[in-house]
Ligand binder design. Structure first.
Ligand SMILES: CCCCCCCC/C=C\CCCCCCCCCCCCCCCC(=O)SCCNC(=O)CCNC(=O)[C@H](O)C(C)(C)COP(=O)(O)OP(=O)(O)OC[C@H]1O[C@@H](n2cnc3c(N)ncnc32)[C@H](O)[C@@H]1OP(=O)(O)O
Ligand SMILES: Cc1cc2nc3c(=O)[nH]c(=O)nc-3n(C[C@H](O)[C@H](O)[C@H](O)COP(=O)(O)OP(=O)(O)OC[C@H]3O[C@@H](n4cnc5c(N)ncnc54)[C@H](O)[C@@H]3O)c2cc1C
Length: 671
């Protein structure tokens, strides 16, 4: 029996759980891995036993200052308990522990852990690492990553902050020459951090060498006051992530020692001589890390929101399908399934590719340490495309889940506003999505050039298919195809075709006299389409490969249903492209749609158990609608009663405005 079924649960949800064709616990084990699942349970128990991690009231009712104070309190606790609660060398454990204790809206150490420490590990030379890394890990300071400026985020070449080397004192002078050079956005910069990685234009011997990272102390270690010449503060409330003190920062001729420049790759010698790096973008590795991490983050958002939407849809009864037979659970409507189940399938696809890309990142960092930089462009290309596609589809998917919950979905109590406002940040941070799609397209265009010239590059799992000749006609309805080869071939065909077509147009425009850059801009929309097609192919292939590895028949069959939905849903999503050149027929599109509807029907009885197997606790979901026990209505009422507005039956200012207005109106009408 499912460990999710307990006495006192909503009977509609219990009925759903009993219907499952598979063992939820075995599925959870497959999803997370046996060891991770066991550790998740132990970590969750640990947190439940330490009530000091609880929020004093729902965060939705807190002011921004209360939010940040509560998060800071819990962040310190999290660090204090980390050694006892988790194995801090295992990222899975750290991330899960953080998710349980801190939630998703912000952590005053977030940028320290996610960007500053990786920058020290990958960009500091040995001496610098010896000095900075133990202190960073030991939390003797908190650092952030200050790159973006008010005037420039995307175009790093135009950052305006300067670091000018003075060989007489062997110092750099950091300066913010204009308003637009103000650092703007860095997480945890406003109030929490006392150090920062700062990206600044490096000047030495009268020459600019472009943006380089420096490690800079911003605040006094004892008083926490900004150091002389430094102006720093919070940028104010944002769309979301308001628990984070994203900040601004200005330098007024601030002197820092020569060794403050990260010197693993590029260097400034004491006399001011510049030593270039082996690859000009090695300093960008922290950005590559977060782009890779976003894929799994989007998986978590989608799986959390689909958990909320499925559970709520099992307890929400509204309308009848067959008149006179009683109101149905709204999950019985095909439209509801079509809204929610593709988000589950995409969430699973993102999780599988997220694992792959993080491993590729780790391998590439190890290769760089050993002097091999050959994988850097490939990693950059696929991580940019994946970041852009998954964050965009994630945002659309969360919104579908919210709308699927009707009016209650619009409440903060649903948990959706928090999930959504955090998730959509990823469409912008770490490289605006269009810009990221175009980065991947640069790589694809190089591949297209190699195809046209008949000189393929050395084999590479991610792009090899571009060099293959696939079928000229779509075969999705033609053969018995349990491994969906014909669907994958359709995605490959589309990707190859749009890539080659846009390449040919680029060439043609240049032959007509356009510069490469102008031709590029005229082709930009199609270049982005090429990237999307390439990323779709990658996600789909990874999904198929991973499902093929599953041994247990009953679990595999559930994954196969999700895979069927994923693949045919994607076929319908890119149908225009497949129909455009006559590769796919209208009849085949009808076949794909039928496969989508079949998959929805197969997933329906298992839906509640599938989301249970994601093992997302109530503490993580923060959702009255998505509660494990399904007891939504009584808890919605309790939640509303906690609203600070309900502390008074009559608001203190009522008689000053509305009361007075109505009194006056009544007086007048009596006259
Ligand atoms: C003690 C422990 C206890 C533990 C207890 C608790 C544990 C808690 C643990 C964890 C907590 C949290 C866990 C969560 C994990 C998830 C993290 C997510 C959180 C979110 C955080 C949000 C952070 C956001 C931060 C930022 O946004 S930082 C700023 C980002 N900015 C950008 O991305 C800027 C975008 N612009 C660019 O990158 C570039 O400018 C460009 C657009 C790519 C162009 O580059 P540029 O102009 O420099 O070059 P070009 O001349 O155009 O290109 C030249 C060639 O170089 C290629 N290129 C570019 N970049 C790269 C690269 N990075 N690598 C390789 N190649 C690159 C480019 O393609 C060109 O190639 P070519 O061959 O075509 O010429
Ligand atoms: C929640 C959040 C957290 C952040 N955290 C940090 C942080 O910790 N540290 C930090 O340094 N920064 C941080 N940032 C900043 C973030 O990295 C930048 O905002 C992001 O890289 C986008 O850059 P931009 O703001 O300059 O956008 P812009 O480049 O101004 O984008 C505006 C529009 O112009 C388009 N555009 C721009 N250039 C091109 C081009 N070449 N081709 C086609 N279209 C183009 C974009 O597609 C977009 O539609 C954060 C941002 C957010 C929202």
């Amino acid at each position: 029996m499912s460990r999710y079924i307990r006495e006192g649960d909503n009977p509609d949800l219990t009925e759903e759980r009993r219907k499952a064709s598979f063992d939820t616990e075995a599925m959870a084990e497959l999803f997370w891995g046996a060891r991770n699942l066991m550790r998740r349970r132990e970590i969750a128990n640990y947190v439940e036993q330490h009530r000091e991690f609880d929020d004093p009231q729902p965060t939705a009712f807190m002011t921004r200052e209360e939010l940040i104070e509560n998060a800071t309190r819990k962040a310190v606790l999290t660090m204090e308990h980390a050694e006892k609660a988790i194995d801090i060398t295992r990222d899975e454990e750290s991330h899960y522990f953080n998710a349980l204790t801190m939630g998703i809206d912000g952590n005053p150490f977030g940028l320290h852990l996610v960007m500053a420490i990786p920058t020290i590990m990958n960009n500091a030379d040995e001496g610098q690492q010896d000095e900075w890394l133990p202190k960073a890990l030991n939390r003797e300071f908190i650092a952030t990553y200050a790159q973006t400026e008010m005037g420039h985020g995307t175009n790093l070449k135009k950052l305006e902050t300067t670091a000018t080397y003075d060989p007489k004192t062997q110092e750099f002078i950091l300066h913010s020459p204009t308003i637009t050079s103000t650092k703007w956005w860095p997480g945890n910069l406003g109030k929490s951090s006392n150090y920062s990685v700062v990206m600044a234009q490096l000047y030495s011997q009268g020459k600019c060498y472009g943006a380089h990272p420096f490690f800079v102390q911003l605040r006094d270690l004892r008083t926490h006051k900004p150091l002389p010449g430094i102006t720093v503060g919070d940028i104010g409330p944002k769309f979301g992530i308001n628990t984070n003190d994203n900040g601004f920062l200005r330098f007024d001729q601030v002197r820092i020692p020569r060794r403050s420049m990260f010197m693993k790759h590029a260097k400034i010698l004491p006399d001011g001589t510049y030593v270039p790096p082996s690859h000009s973008k090695l300093n960008y590795s922290a950005m590559v890390y977060v782009r890779a991490a976003v894929v799994s983050l989007m998986a978590s958002h989608l799986l959390a929101c689909s958990t909320i939407a499925v559970r709520y849809s099992c307890i929400r009864r509204q309308g009848e399908i067959t008149p006179g037979t009683g109101e149905v659970k709204v999950l019985d409507y095909q439209t509801q399934q079509y809204r929610i189940f593709p988000q589950i399938a995409r969430g699973v696809a993102f999780r599988l590719s997220g694992n792959y890309i993080i491993q590729l990142y780790r391998q590439t960092m190890t290769d760089i340490k050993n002097g091999d930089i050959s994988a850097v462009p490939d990693l950059h290309a696929i991580s940019c495309g994946l970041k852009a596609v998954t964050s965009y589809q994630g945002a659309l998917g969360l919104e579908q889940c919210r709308m699927a919950c009707g009016g209650h979905g619009y409440l903060q109590a649903s948990g959706f506003p928090l999930q959504y406002t955090v998730a959509i940040g990823a469409c912008t941070y770490e490289g605006e999505n269009m810009v990221m799609l175009l980065q991947t397209a640069r790589h694809l265009i190089k591949m297209a050039k190699a195809i046209r010239s008949g000189r393929p590059p050395k084999p590479n799992k991610v792009i090899d298919y571009l060099f293959k000749k696939g079928p000229t006609k779509c075969l999705i309805d033609q053969t018995y195809d349990p491994n969906y080869q014909s669907v994958l071939e359709a995605f490959e065909h589309l990707s190859r075709r749009v890539t080659l077509e846009v390449y040919d147009r680029l060439v043609q425009l240049q032959q007509q006299g356009r510069s490469y850059e102008l031709a590029w801009n005229e082709c930009a929309v199609d270049l982005c389409k090429a990237t999307r097609a390439h990323v779709r192919t990658f996600l789909a292939k990874t999904f198929v490969e991973e499902v093929n590895k599953i041994a247990d028949i009953s679990l595999k069959s559930v994954f196969q249903d999700l895979l069927q939905l994923y693949l045919f849903y994607e076929v319908t999503e890119c149908a225009a492209g497949l129909l455009e050149d006559g590769f796919m027929s209208g009849q085949q599109l009808t076949y794909a749609k039928k496969n989508v509807y079949d998959a929805l029907a197969k997933i329906r009885p298992n839906a509640a158990a599938i989301v249970d197997s994601f093992d997302i606790s109530d503490r993580e979901l923060q959702s009255v609608l998505g509660r494990r026990d399904g007891n939504v209505y009584e808890n919605l009422l309790k939640w509303a009663q906690m609203s600070p507005l309900n502390k008074h039956d009559v608001l203190p200012f009522h008689h000053k405005y509305l009361g007075k207005m109505m009194d006056e109106a009544r007086q007048k009408s009596k006259l």
